[in-house]
Design a protein around this ligand. Structure first.
Ligand SMILES: [Zn+2]
Length: 373
């Protein structure tokens, strides 16, 4: 992975390159950034850079024997720990799947990864105690050829008590070892691990960075790139997924839904629920994200600075009336219910039941809004 293959984050790239050039490389680092920020590709690009045999001023050379192996993630001194699901216990049992998944999409989420392993099954990812012992063992062995034997631990949020096996290693790794933890949410990392790592905060991407990448890499028109960047809210993984699907239908689906929720006509609602539930989990997740955004936009339209609204004409026409149903009491309730729906969707809940309950709930909330208006 070269730095130049990663979207935006110029400030972080400069900082990492400076750290490497000045030889200030902490042995245990934590790359903390939200989903789609690029924290994982940045960690790999950094490891590649410190191991490059002919590093350039702004990137790895991409041609030396170390770079060639890093590019395919087959360097013998590059190790990954990733969440697994039973019956697998060790990340190396899934090394091939992992390489393929990362090369296909360096911005993949925990959800995407577990889905490739066992789509449709309701299983939670896990980093096992056997894996932790395996890490300690392999980092104790001599490096084959690298300057820095590198261990990347992706999603250390999964480590609970078993993580204590790693503490001594994180505190004092063998000489010439680089350990990078790559996390989305530092609040979910156990304190004993957090305190032993040097944290590098990776911010979410800017809309302009996402727009540019969508136009260059995904042949989006400028208008489509702007619309997608607005929805993606700094998450390039989500942006790519939106670019790959026809999402112009979201608005119609959303406006119909709100109408059915409010009218409470069960037969119409049931038809709508059947349709959306058959659309695939990725689509559903994105659709719920769109809905949250429109609900917030309706609130801003009523109470906030309308200049902050980023909606197109069609959406604005809808908001003119819809805004009367959203107020300060029901907006936290509705957005909370939508956030939970995203989690249920990822956990393979029954979508029909979920949407039916959600529709009835939102209907009640909207009616309370009508009274207040
Ligand atoms: Zn190189």
């Amino acid at each position: 992975m070269l730095f130049k293959q990663i979207v935006g984050q110029d400030y972080i790239k400069d900082r990492l390159i400076n750290m490497a050039s000045e030889g200030r490389i902490s042995h245990t680092q934590l790359f903390a950034g939200p989903e789609g920020s690029g924290n994982l590709p940045l960690a790999i690009a950094f490891a590649q850079y410190v191991n490059c045999l002919n590093p350039q001023i702004d990137d790895s050379c991409g041609m030396c024997s170390s770079c060639v192996k890093f590019d395919k993630l087959i360097h013998p001194d590059l190790h990954f720990t990733v969440p697994t699901i039973s019956p697998y216990k060790l990340s190396r049992e899934l090394a091939e799947d992992w390489r393929e998944s990362f090369i296909k999409n360096p911005y993949l989420s925990d959800f995407d990864w577990l889905n490739t392993l066992d789509s449709g099954a309701n299983k939670q990812g896990n980093i096992t105690i056997d894996e932790c012992r395996d890490v300690v063992h392999r980092l104790g062995l001599t490096a084959y050829e690298a300057k820095f034997k590198t261990q990347i631990i992706w999603q250390p949020e999964h480590l609970k008590n078993e993580g204590n096996v790693l503490l001594k290693l994180l505190e004092e790794p063998p000489l010439g070892t680089l350990i990078i933890l790559v996390a989305n949410n530092t609040e979910k990392i156990i304190a004993t691990i957090l305190s032993r790592s040097q944290t590098i905060k990776i911010p979410k991407l800017k809309d302009a960075e996402i727009e540019k990448a969508l136009i260059t890499n995904h042949e989006c028109t400028p208008q489509k790139a702007t619309d997608i960047a607005r929805l993606a809210d700094g998450n390039y993984n989500l942006a790519m997924s939106l670019a790959g699907m026809e999402h112009d239908g979201y608005f119609l689906q959303f406006s119909n839904w709100m109408r059915f929720c409010y009218s409470g006509k069960i037969d119409e609602m049931q038809k709508w629920v059947d349709e959306i539930s058959g659309s695939g989990r990725e689509y559903v997740k994105n659709f719920i994200g769109y809905t949250s955004q429109m609900i917030r936009a309706a609130f801003i339209y009523r109470y906030g600075d309308q200049k902050l609204l980023r909606v197109n004409d069609q959406e604005l026409q809808f908001l003119l009336k819809f805004t009367n149903f959203i107020h300060s009491q029901n907006i936290p309730e509705i957005t909370k219910a939508l956030d939970e729906a995203v989690i249920f969707t990822e956990r393979n809940a029954n979508l029909k039941i979920m949407f039916l309950n959600l529709s009835l709930y939102i209907g009640r909330q909207l009616k309370s809004g009508a009274k207040a208006a």
